[in-house]
Write a protein that binds this ligand. Sequence first.
Ligand code: SF4
Length: 493
Amino acid sequence: MKQQVSKTGPTKGREHLHVTDRIKEHCGLFGIYGTPKAVKHTFYSLYSLQHRGEEGAGIAATDGNVIKDLRGMGQVGDALPRESLAQLTGHAAIGHVRYSTTGSSNITNVQPIMVQYARGQIAVAHNGNLVNAQALRSQLESRGSIFRTTTDSEIILHLLAQSCQPDWLDALANSLNEVKGAFSLVFITPNEVVGARDPHGFRPLLIGKLDNSYCLASESCAFDLIGAETVREVEPGEIVSLSRNGLASRRYAPPTRHARCIFELIYFARADSSLFGESVHLFRQRLGRRLAQEHPVNADFVVAVPHSATSAAMGYHRESGIPIEQGFIANTYMGRTFIQPFQGRRTEYVNIKLNAVPRVLKDKRVVVVDDSIVRGTTTKSKMQLLRKAGAKEIHLRISCPPHRHPCFYGIDFASCDELIANKVLPEKMAEYFEVDSVCYLSIEGLKACAESEPEGFCMACFDGKYPVNITEGTCKTSFEQTARQMITATSQQ
Ligand code: SF4
C-alpha cells in the first residue's frame, strides 16, 4: 500500500518573492539501486544538488515490494526532516530538488510524482521542459486522463499508463518518442531504477558506481559526496535500467544532433562538477581567459561577482596578468533563492546578499567579471556598490554572449522584451550600468572554449537557433491558466 508523507516547509502560505533577476535553475535528479543505504545516499546527494532547485525536494524509495515517498517545500533540510525520512527504507531510491519551470511552486507539484497504475507503483522525477506539453495534455484529457499536478512531467506517466505494450520498458520507449523537448528522467518501480535522456541531451544525467551499486545524478558533485565514481553519461536517446542484474542499456531513439545546454557549463552547474565531458571549473576558466583576449583593459584588480563567476575571473586574471582581489563579500546564508518577508527593491536584495570592500576598492581601477546579465537590475545595484566603495574605474566583463532569446527547454528566463540586451543598445550599456565599459564574450569565443564539438551544444538563448521547434507559447503556469480559463468559460455559460 502506498504511503505518502507530505509536509509543507517554512514557505507555506508565503509567496516566493524572487527579488533577484538571476536566471532560475531547473531541477536536480538522483537515483541509486542496490544498497541498504539508498535513502541516506539520496538524501545527501540532494544536498549537493541543492543549487539546482530550492523550492521543494522529495525522495521515493522501495524495499522491493512497496514504494514510499516523502516530499516537502523548501530546501532539502526543511523539506525532508530526519524523523520523517526514517519512514523510507529499502535498497533503491530516487530523489529530486525542484525549481518550478512548468507548474506553480506548491506541494502538489513537488517530485518525485508517484502513481499507482495497471502495472503497479511507479514514481518519476524530471529535469527539463517538454515543448509539446499542452497538446499532449489536451489529447490525454480528451481521452479521460485526470491530472493530479500542473507539471509537464506527469504527462509521461499518463502516456505510460495508456500504452498497450506488454513490457513496461517498451511502453516507456514509446512514451518518450511522443514527448518533445528537454528531459532527463529518473523512475523507480518496486524492482528497478531507470534513467532516460532526451535525444538531444539538453539536460545532463550521469551514471556512477558505488561498490556494487549503480547510481544516476544530474551532476558528478553528487557522486563525489557519497564516494561514487562517474562511469559515463546516459547517452541522449538512451534508457538505462539499474536492477539486481546490474546495469542494462537500450536506445529508444535514433542518434540525432546533440544540443547540450551550454548554460549548464556557464552558470548552472557547480564548479566542482564535470558534465558534458567538461570540467565546469576549467571550462569557466577558459571563458575568462578568452574574455581577457577579446576585451583587454588596464586595471589594478580583477574582481569576481561571487560565486558563479569566480572561475571565469580566475581565468581573466591568469590571461591578463592583472592581480585578482576579493572586492565583493557574499552573505552565504541566503542561498540562491531569497524569500523576502517584506516587499522590497532589488537594491535591498543586492545589499543583503553582497557587500563591497572599500579598503580594497578605494581609488582602484577594477575589472569586474560576471557570468551573465538577464534583466540587468541587480547588475546595476552591484556596480553601485563598487562605486560607493570608492572604485575609480569599473570595467564590466561578462563571460557569455548577450542573452537575447528566451529558453523553452527548462530554464526560467525573462521574456524577450525584459532582457536587457534587447532593451539597451550595446554602446549605451556602460551608461545604463553607470560604469566605464561593458563587454561580453563573443559567440565564437564561447564555442572556442568547449573541448568537445561546439555544434553539439544548444546556444539558442544567445543565437536564437532553437534545436527543437517551438510550436507552443508556454510559461510555467500554462496549465493553471488553461484550467482557470475553462472555469471562467463554464461559469459564463
Ligand atoms: S536556450 Fe540557453 S538555457 Fe535554454 S537549453 Fe539552450 S543554452 Fe540552455
